[in-house]
Design a protein around this ligand. Structure first.
Ligand code: AMP
Ligand code: ZN
Length: 139
């Protein structure tokens, strides 16, 4: 895609700190370095978001992630864990509309924060079931 920043990075038209490349994915340091080693894994095929993947592309891209994740983790003994995030849509904080997976290494006392709010007390069986029915009838 012509005006896509990640397509330009993949083609080498914009510089990047390349971590890994093969025929399916291009991985490079996220410029923001939310934590040291923060890496983006990007399919070479331009897909906007998770909703545009077919099963083969999803399988091929995700198959690459553990190897890259292990390399990042092995790069620094201070890395104790990793968040893997994939934002889809502006409302979900996607800002570059070429799908990508964030690999965010986690260190003791780093300042990266994700907040999962537990709203379990607002749900009874009927409400879980209503949510479930809406989803499963689309599958
Ligand atoms: P998202 O908000 O999930 O769409 O993530 C987009 C990410 O791309 C952000 O974390 C940016 O820091 C990163 N980013 C944008 N432009 C570049 C670039 N030229 N090189 C590396 N990372 C970039
Ligand atoms: Zn693209």
């Amino acid at each position: 895609m012509d005006d896509c920043i990640f397509c330009k990075i993949i083609k080498g038209e914009i510089p990047s700190y390349k971590v890994y490349e093969d025929e399916v994915v291009y991985a490079f340091l996220d410029i923001s370095q939310t934590t040291p080693g923060h890496t983006l894994v990007v399919p070479k095929k331009h897909v906007k978001d998770i909703f545009e993947y077919d099963a083969d592309l999803a399988a091929a891209v995700f198959a690459r992630i553990p190897k890259i994740a292990r390399a990042i983790k092995a790069s620094d003994p201070a890395i104790e864990g990793m968040n893997i995030l994939n934002n889809n849509g502006e409302v979900a904080y996607q800002s570059v509309f070429h799908s990508h997976f964030h690999l965010i290494p986690r260190y003791q006392d780093d300042d990266f924060r994700i907040q999962f709010v537990n709203k379990q007390e607002q749900y009874d069986d009927a409400k879980y079931q209503a949510v479930l029915d809406k989803i499963t009838k689309q599958l």
